[in-house]
Design a binder for this molecule. Structure first.
Ligand code: PLP
Length: 386
């Protein structure tokens, strides 16, 4: 059977070149990068080469990069580390209603410990208004955290503008750039950020490795206590193969990103153009142009996303829905509710995300089969009368 993967926002396959680059660091070059003999030094060099590649990609300095276990740890590190480092300055953090759970959950945890959190809303496209951020600032604000691009609806936020406001007020600014690094240009100075999270498995690298960019001079309490790795900012033995994989993945993205983005934008716009001609009552979510090249999110009225997903899976197509079908709750996505979709429409939502190995034919196959599934499901739906 055909197998078509249209869920690159959930995770990407590792590029074979990434795997090849990692391989020597499992056996021949397995040394602990903190050891002073040659086994350790060759590992250390590989870690530092990866750090240089990543820093240069982000327009940062190598010493401003701390490798972590992924996006979730980077986000926790930044939020919890800021709350702790700046507790004498204040206890107020500003964020948005559409953040990933690896931002909203640590903030919930911090709220239980007395941190005040302001949640800024978004418009119908999912865009944050920088003025709303500005209005939320108090003299107790220690951090603003706004995601670069949303993982569900792909909307790209005005990070540089928000960063400018934060800078003027002398408040640290963090962005969760897990969905953008490797896909669109990300430069820490242009974006005016002090902290930035990223994760290798979202850009063709291995799972379980990521990084936090920490602007030089920023105060941040360490999150993992133990050894003195990462200039005393994050303990634990260096994940040499993972870090090497991240470095290789970023090198490949550096070389391929521009071309890939333009190919993906064409696929994206083809879906956006053709779906409404094949399916009645489909509505696109997110911003028409301020969006990731590889993301299409839409709602199909009168049917459940989960049913579509299962039917697509029978044809070998993998994508995501806007409701939490894997969890026990049937709550629709907080992002779709935040842009104002009613529950029943949010439930009928699909997210299609593609990447390096997606072909024109894959999108054609999807466009051929989805309308048939929709027709079948609608015929069974008590809500639908044609
Ligand atoms: C995937 C994702 C994360 C979590 O990254 P992990 O490396 O899987 O922990 C955080 N934020 C966003 C926006 C994501 O898409």
């Amino acid at each position: 059977m055909k197998r078509i993967y249209l869920d690159y926002a959930a995770t990407t396959p590792c590029d074979p070149e990434v795997v090849r680059a990692m391989e020597p660091y499992f056996f021949e070059k397995f040394g602990n990068a903190s050891s002073i003999y040659s086994f350790g030094q060759e590992a250390k060099k590989a870690v530092e080469d990866a750090r240089d590649l990543l820093a240069s990609f982000l327009g940062a300095k190598p010493e401003e990069i701390v490798f972590t276990s992924g996006g979730t740890e980077s986000n926790n590190f930044c939020l919890q580390g800021s709350a702790s480092a700046l507790e004498k300055k204040g206890n107020h953090i500003i964020t948005t209603v559409i953040e990933h759970h690896s931002i909203s959950e640590p903030l919930r945890f911090l709220q239980e410990k007395g941190v005040k959190v302001s949640l800024v809303g978004v418009d119908k496209y999912g865009l944050v208004n920088p003025d709303d951020i500005k209005k939320a600032i108090t003299d107790k604000t220690i951090l603003i955290s706004v995601m670069h691009a949303n993982n569900e609806i792909g909307v790209i936020q005005p990070i540089a503008e928000i960063g400018k406001i934060a800078k003027e007020k002398g408040i640290y600014f963090h962005t969760d750039a897990v969905q953008t690094v490797g896909h669109i240009p990300v430069n820490v100075d242009e974006l005016n950020v002090d902290f930035l999270s990223l994760s290798a498995h979202k850009f063709y690298g291995p799972k379980g490795v990521g990084a936090l960019y920490i602007r030089k001079g920023s105060r941040l309490t360490r999150f993992l206590h133990g050894g003195d790795q990462e200039r005393n900012r994050r303990a634990s033995t260096y994940n040499t193969p993972g870090i090497v994989g991240l470095g290789k993945a970023i090198e490949l993205c550096r070389d391929k990103m521009k071309e890939e983005a333009s190919f993906q934008t064409a696929l994206r716009d083809k879906l956006i153009k053709e779906l409404p001609s094949k399916i009645a009552e489909v509505y696109f979510n997110g911003h028409p142009v301020k969006r990731l090249p590889n993301n299409v999110n839409f709602s199909i009225k009168y049917i459940e996303g989960e049913s579509i997903l299962l039917n697509l899976d029978l044809l070998g197509i993998a994508c995501s829905t806007g409701s939490a079908c894997t969890s026990s709750s049937l709550e629709p996505s907080h992002v779709l509710l935040a842009i104002g979709l009613p529950h029943e429409i949010a439930h009928g939502s699909l997210r299609i995300t593609f990447g390096r190995w997606t072909k024109n034919e894959d999108i054609d196959y999807f466009l051929e089969h989805l309308p048939k599934i929709v027709q079948k499901l609608r015929a069974m739906s008590p809500l639908y009368s044609s």
